[in-house]
Design a protein. Sequence first.
Length: 301
Amino acid sequence: MELGIIGMGRMGANMAERLVLGGHRVTGFDQRADIRSALEKKDIGQADSLANLVSRLAAPKAVWMMVPSGEPVDATIAELTPLLKQGDVIIDGGNSNYKDSQRRGQSLAAKKIDYVDCGTSGGIRGLKEGYSMMIGGDAAVVERLRPIFETLAPAADRGWGRVGPGGAGHFTKMIHNGIEYGLMQAYGEGFSIMQHKQEFGLDLHQIAEIWRYGSVVRSWLLDLASEALAKNAKLDGIAPYVADSGEGRWTVAEAIDLDVPAPVITLSLLQRLRSRETNSFSDKLLSALRNEFGGHEVKKD
């Protein structure tokens, strides 16, 4: 099958390479010329514009976007739409808000252009391991794209599926990432407690390796934690600053809208925000209050 991919960052390029290895024809477009030129070495076609990309594809045309969520997606769709015809399909494989995906799907449907939202997990390791894909959109359209999903997935019959109508794919991926926040926070806290128990001289990498086999807390995240600790046992040179892509925030907001208690995911998000406060005013006020009501000593900068 033939596919055009927009956004040839590391993940987009890896997806293209996996598809080519699976026998598909792929043409990629990225705004950076140096990234485009690197595609030829992996038998990935390169286009120097969206118009050029679309012109290279056979009908019905399928274009997969791997661009940042929000305005870049809308801008890409606005440029693509006049280039596409009835029966062509746009696949959003990024981390878009599901409400935006619903809006975009409805707008494109009026133009007889299909839209599929594909929540994609697997990161930079997907080239080797395959990608987990949660797909929203018309069932017939998703079925037509089956060869693409089967090739990108860990296996043709696992790790991917249509989860519902338009928006359902990105909604499911949003919840997936919210769960990921909680899991990562739990691992971080557990290893931190062990790291502070100096009297035992614990080898955190060794413990991670023990847990990886047979333990109820084994997971791919634990595998990655073990690899990180093997490379840098004390995590020297890594700032205690944790970014977020936005999906954790959306998950918490959705939980509030639905009156669903989600304390673990919510607190893990707040902990990420807390990691960015290098000069916390709230902590200063707490210290000042303890001094005011109890005369407790205030530590000076």
